[in-house]
Ligand binder design. Structure first.
Ligand code: ADP
Ligand code: ZN
Length: 608
């Protein structure tokens, strides 16, 4: 814009000055009147052009100049005629019309341009703040929604509940006849990527009604009142097209508890929230508008939102379990050519905690890997790579580890692997690698047999032991003074587990089954407040118990590694050689050495 402005300014100036110079070029020499008179006397002049008081003179030698008549010299004409000089005369000339118009309008034009420039800036900054209050909901016409229940898996309970709503929308009269009220507001609760948007869309798709999609954060603008008028506009549009579905994603962006604010007052949000409530109360159940709001923070929502007649229905959309994940993988690989070696069971087992969106991402990444290597179909290898990439961030293959670092990482990961494999009650090892990813220099993966919701005391203790396996291996090999910081995350996790065992899960005999932890999030301060509602005596006891659990399991791990020190060296060598070992390779290393040891010992025993 500034460039444009400057450009046009220079163009105008150039045009104006050329005009001026063309006009004056020929006669720009100014001569006094007396010289002019003497020129007449001396017969030097061929022609004059009289233009009011200005006289443009052409001399006989074709030199040109301009002079001005000082007072009304009435004798001049006679002198010119006497000397036979050609006389031209023009009416008293106005200054050039176009130029004078331009000159008088120029300031105005410039100020208009500057004004437009600033408007454009404001417009860009506030992304349409000038279209005050136009709803920014994206509308999907009923024929455009292709999503159906077939595209969703893994959240069966939510799906069942939602099916009911499709019925309402399809045959509202059936329910109204019996005096039933069609729900106005539904709150979908679940972590990001679990398919809340997908479910809402599928309702619209199944019931064949229009779908309005807006995010709570779209209402929050820098000018107070815009959000509220956007809400008004959205409902206005929806009413024209009812029955329909309005989907408000991230309702917590506007629907936080009112009155208590972290950053002082926030009128805008409050007004927007009030407007939503007013609109919801305003339309009656004859207007079949169903508002579906999604959040993963139901605890921070204003209670007024949940009152009956508003978002009084809650649907929980869970993370998928092992079978759910399998179904979701099937859905998303419908149009992807898979290699024969792809085993959906194994993939699904290895991605606990993945949401539907994560799975979609995983499959996409795997397909991209396959395309990158010009493969005809996607094989298990690509899935493994994609999974590692998503879990750990992109491989840092370019980072060059020194041989010493590599050896340390190999001992450390071998320590985890050996303890994890040999300690009872532990998930089997799936893979170990010393390819650095994200922050860690290596990783050991364990694969649970099935989803663990309740974990036993034994299993937790074994987990603590395994977590210390890395540090212990370093300590045994390099000595107490040469251990590295690489175990910091292991230590952190182990400590958290031990702490929870004592203060939350009631696993300590000394403390008993009493909860001493208060990790409820306190809404008002948005901070975790550890209520210290127990005495120093208990606090000391808790510390002692935590230490006891950790010491016990640290020693268990240490014993395992000392007993199997030759396996540790062997695995380290293999890891340095191959960088990644899979389940079978790990088993081979561990159990082959074990058998060898047994045989050796037997022979030794016999000799003894
Ligand atoms: P949310 O709204 O809960 O954050 P979305 O509905 O936007 O999650 O999910 C994003 C994408 O993830 C979807 O478009 C879909 O491809 C995939 N997805 C998520 N959950 C599921 C599911 N349960 N079944 C199938 N695909 C899913
Ligand atoms: Zn470790």
């Amino acid at each position: 814009m500034i460039k444009n402005l400057l450009f046009w300014l220079t163009v105008t100036i150039i045009v104006m000055s050329t005009f001026q110079s063309i006009r004056q070029k020929k006669y720009n020499l100014k001569i006094d009147y007396s010289s002019f008179l003497s020129d007449i006397k001396n017969n030097n002049i061929k022609e004059v052009k009289i233009n009011g008081k200005e006289i443009n003179v052409i001399k006989k030698n074709n030199n040109k100049y301009t002079t001005y008549i000082p007072i009304n010299d009435l004798t001049l004409l006679n002198k010119l005629i006497n000397k036979n000089i050609k006389i031209n005369s023009t009416p008293i000339s106005e200054p050039n019309l176009i130029i004078s118009i331009i000159i008088s309008w120029l300031p105005l034009i410039i100020s208009i341009l500057v004004w437009l420039f600033f408007i454009k800036q404001i417009y860009n900054n506030s992304k349409g703040a000038l279209f005050f209050g136009k709803s920014r909901a994206k509308t999907l016409i009923k024929n455009n929604i292709k999503t159906t229940f077939k595209d969703i898996a893994g959240c069966n309970e939510a799906k069942e509940e939602v099916k009911e709503i499709v019925e309402y929308l399809k045959t509202p009269n059936k329910f109204k006849k019996l005096g039933g009220k069609i729900p106005k507001g539904i709150l979908m609760i679940g972590s990001p990527g679990t398919g809340k948007t997908l479910l809402a869309k599928a309702i619209a798709g199944e019931a064949k009604v229009p779908f309005y999609n807006i995010s709570g954060s779209d209402f929050v603008e820098m000018f107070v009142g815009i959000g509220a008028s956007r809400v008004r506009d959205m409902f206005y549009q929806a009413k024209k097209n009812c029955p329909c579905i309005i989907f408000i994603d991230e309702i917590d962006a506007v629907g936080r508890r009112r009155g208590i604010n972290f950053s002082g007052g926030h009128d805008e949000r409050e007004q927007t929230l009030n407007q939503i409530l007013v609109e919801m109360d305003g339309f009656n159940s004859n207007e079949e508008i169903i508002i579906i709001a999604a959040t993963n923070r139901p605890d921070v929502l204003d209670p007024a939102l949940m009152r009956s007649g508003r978002f009084d229905r809650r649907i929980i959309v869970d993370l998928p379990d092992i079978n759910g994940r399998k179904e979701i993988i099937k859905i998303h690989t419908r149009n992807i050519p898979l290699n024969k070696d792809v085993n959906i069971d194994i993939i699904s087992k290895s991605i606990p905690g993945f949401s539907g969106a994560d799975i979609a991402n995983l499959i996409n990444e795997a397909a991209l890997f396959a395309a990158k290597y010009n493969k005809k179909n996607v094989s298990m290898k690509e899935f493994e790579k994609a999974k590692d990439k998503i879990i750990m961030g992109t491989e840092r293959k370019s980072l060059v580890m020194t041989n010493d670092q590599k050896e340390l990482a190999a001992y450390h990961e071998s320590g985890h692997t050996i303890v994890g494999e040999l300690i009872p009650n532990h998930d089997p090892v799936h893979k170990v690698t010393i390819i650095p990813r994200g922050k860690s220099l290596g990783t050991t993966f364990f694969l649970p047999e099935n989803d663990n919701f309740n974990i036993s005391l034994n299993k937790l203790e074994s987990k603590i032991s395994t977590l210390y396996g890395g540090r212990i291996a370093e300590e045994i090999i390099y000595g107490k003074k040469n251990i590295s910081t690489g175990a910091s995350n292991d230590i952190k996790i182990a400590t958290i587990i031990a702490k929870n065992m004592v203060t939350k899960w009631g696993f300590s005999k000394e403390i008993g089954p009493i909860s001493y932890i208060d990790d409820e999030e306190i809404i008002y301060t948005n901070k975790i407040i550890k209520n210290k509602n127990f005495s120093n005596y208990i606090s000391e006891k808790i510390d002692k118990e935590i230490k006891k659990i950790i010491n016990k399991n640290y020693l268990r791990a240490k014993n395992i590694i000392i007993k199997n020190i030759n396996i540790l060296h062997k695995m380290k060598n293999k890891l340095i050689k191959y960088e990644t070992l899979n389940k079978n390779q790990i088993k081979k290393i561990i159990y082959k050495s074990k058998i060898n040891n047994l045989i050796k010992n037997n022979i030794k025993n016999k000799r003894d």
